[in-house]
Design a protein around this ligand. Structure first.
Ligand SMILES: O=P(O)(O)OC[C@H]1O[C@](O)(CO)[C@@H](O)[C@@H]1O
Length: 560
């Protein structure tokens, strides 16, 4: 067991895994895969989702050792502390209760002694009512027209999760039907090009702007919100803000100060981390406006199903726990610094960008939760693209270059099936042929002997050899619906938490994003005074001074 100030790397369980790496290095996935009992042990099913981790560089013994590590890290206790609303985000003195956002109405989840589920459902009911008004046309804009289009303004966790879910369900037949005649756009970047892209073609008379910001102080979001407020008031007059702008925030005082009627604000709470907020009004409001609340409620139910599985299933059958432990194994023991997220589904194209924030903002830390410097790496470099597009891009490197553990995510039933008469297989079968083939190509590789038998010329043999032994895991979902998107989200959220719990870090703060913001403030002030009063550059190093000088001398940004 670790005492609160000890590092997990000092435990016997960690040392046992370190020693075990040597055993694993003596094996090849080719051999491991020939053991059917092992493979059977490494398949797990829950609520329609099938996990196959037999292509991890692990044996049953590895799993036993990882489960011992979980014990040494007090994983059971840490998960309970999260669900019990303890202030596990200790550097911000906050509970971590995104699970309460999708809990059933009759659940009891307490933060600071108070059941938060009724408050959650108050906001959900308010969203339901408001979105029905907008969708039915009973709430109209300043000129009496129904509001058909929504622009959600927000960045980071106030953007990536909602965009992921929107992209994932927009071609689902049920969601598609519910969204008929409506548009949902996202404005995140402060780059004015993003403003142009997301307002071009929209009519302010029929547009609702949802400003989404936990703090309501994020520089990019607030300037974008002011820009769209200007777009609305220029076209429709100042009073139009009341009908055309609403907000999602924990900071209702600043919402009001901005000029948005507090009755048109949708609250959430400081116990919801930004990157874990898609199940709060942050995601639920824009998605309900586009698809209707009943569709979004299915998404919440999918996430809740995984929450219950995560909270109550023994670790050896617990999908997020197994995935988290295997990631720790890959990063801390096998030394693989990256992870590729490879959904064989175009609808999941925004999944990897969302998980990049969930994972890298959570686990990219250099000290333990008690502030001790870590002697091991935490977090991994997450990236990904849908298959098969990625195969024609970066797969060369993962087959013959660096070893990157891969998550293959496949869907049994396509949202939009196509079968052309005379073709050997349907379009979805064609896609899935690749989903099934790639993990084996990575695991088995191809030996020089095999190439010789194929009469490959000697000089090409080294180039055509695949070392194999490259780990992956496969997740197979029955279909991609609002429900299963919720499941997928919760699996990854909890997996990231498991990794952080084992590494002994705080996965719920993000101090690393602050320094850059502070330095930008200094630059912003300088740009303002140089442009308006010709103030010379001061206080920057040689490099930044040179770049700023070039920028100021060669650009003529309007100042009025
Ligand atoms: O919702 P807010 O307060 O505008 O913050 C947006 C994002 O900024 C961050 O604080 C840092 O970039 C993220 O954690 C957060 O999701």
């Amino acid at each position: 067991m670790t005492s609160s100030s000890a590092l997990i790397c000092d435990t016997e369980a960690w040392k046992a895994l370190k020693g075990h790496v040597e055993d694993i290095n003596k094996t090849h996935l080719r051999e491991l895969m020939s053991d059917a009992n092992r493979c059977q042990y490494m398949m797990m099913e829950f609520d329609g989702i099938l996990l196959d981790y037999s292509r991890q560089r692990a044996t049953v013994e590895t799993m036993d050792k990882l489960l011992n590590l979980a014990k040494a890290a007090q994983l059971t206790e840490k998960i309970s502390r999260m669900f019990n609303g303890e202030h596990i985000n200790s550097t911000e003195n906050r509970s971590v209760l995104h699970v309460a956002l999708r809990a059933p109405k009759d659940a009891v989840i307490k933060a600071d002694g108070k059941n938060v589920v009724p408050e959650v459902w108050n906001v959900l009911d308010k969203i339901k009512e408001f979105s029905e008004k907008i969708r039915s046309g009973s709430w109209v804009g300043a000129t009496g027209k129904p509001l058909k289009d929504v622009v959600a303004v927000g960045i980071g966790g106030s953007f990536l999760g909602p965009l992921f879910v929107h992209t994932a369900i927009q071609t689902d037949p049920e969601a598609l039907e519910c969204a008929k005649g409506r548009q949902l756009r996202f404005l995140a970047n402060i780059d004015p090009v993003d403003v142009a892209r997301n307002s071009n073609g929209l009519n302010p008379e029929t547009t609702l702007v949802v400003v989404v910001s936990k703090t309501f102080t994020t520089a990019e979001t607030m300037l974008n919100a002011r820009t769209l407020r200007e777009w609305i008031t220029t076209a429709l007059g100042a009073s139009a803000v009341a009908k055309h702008m609403v907000a999602v925030s924990t900071n209702l005082a600043l919402v009001e100060k901005f000029g948005i009627d507090p009755n048109n604000a949708f609250a959430f709470w400081d116990w919801v981390g930004g990157r874990y907020s898609v199940c709060s009004a942050v995601g639920v409001l824009p998605l309900s406006l586009q698809y209707g609340f009943p569709v979004v409620e299915k998404f919440l139910k999918g996430a809740s199903s995984i929450d219950q599985h995560f909270q109550s299933t023994p670790f050896e059958k617990n999908i997020p726990v197994l995935l988290g432990l295997l990631s720790v194994w890959n990063v801390s023991f096998l030394g693989y610094p990256a992870r590729a997220i490879l959904p064989y589904s175009q609808a999941l194209e925004k999944f990897a960008p969302h998980i990049q924030q969930v994972s890298m903002e959570s686990n990219g830390k250099g000290v333990s939760i008690d502030g001790l410097p870590l002697s091991y790496e935490t977090g991994e470099i997450d990236f990904g693209e849908p298959g098969t597009n990625g195969q024609h891009s970066f797969y060369q490197l993962i087959h013959q270059g660096r070893v990157i553990p891969c998550d293959f995510i496949g869907i049994v039933k396509s949202q939009q099936p196509v079968y052309l008469k005379g073709e050997m297989v349907s379009n979805h079968d064609e896609l899935m042929s690749n989903f099934f083939a790639q993990p084996d190509a990575l695991a088995y590789g191809k030996t020089p002997e095999q190439l010789q038998k194929e009469n490959v010329s000697e000089n090409l043999i080294p180039h055509k050899t695949f070392s194999g032994n490259r780990p992956s895991l496969s997740l197979l979902l029955p279909e991609l619906t609002a429900y299963s998107v919720g499941q997928l989200l919760a699996i990854y959220e909890h997996r990231v938490a498991v990794q952080g719990f084992v590494w002994g870090i705080n996965s719920f703060d993000q101090w690393g994003v602050e320094l850059g913001k502070v330095l930008a403030t200094q630059v912003r002030k300088q740009l303002h005074s140089s442009r308006t009063q010709g103030t010379p550059l001061e206080g920057f190093n040689y490099s930044t001074t040179t770049l700023l000088k070039r920028y100021l001398e060669t650009s003529s940004e309007p100042q009025t």
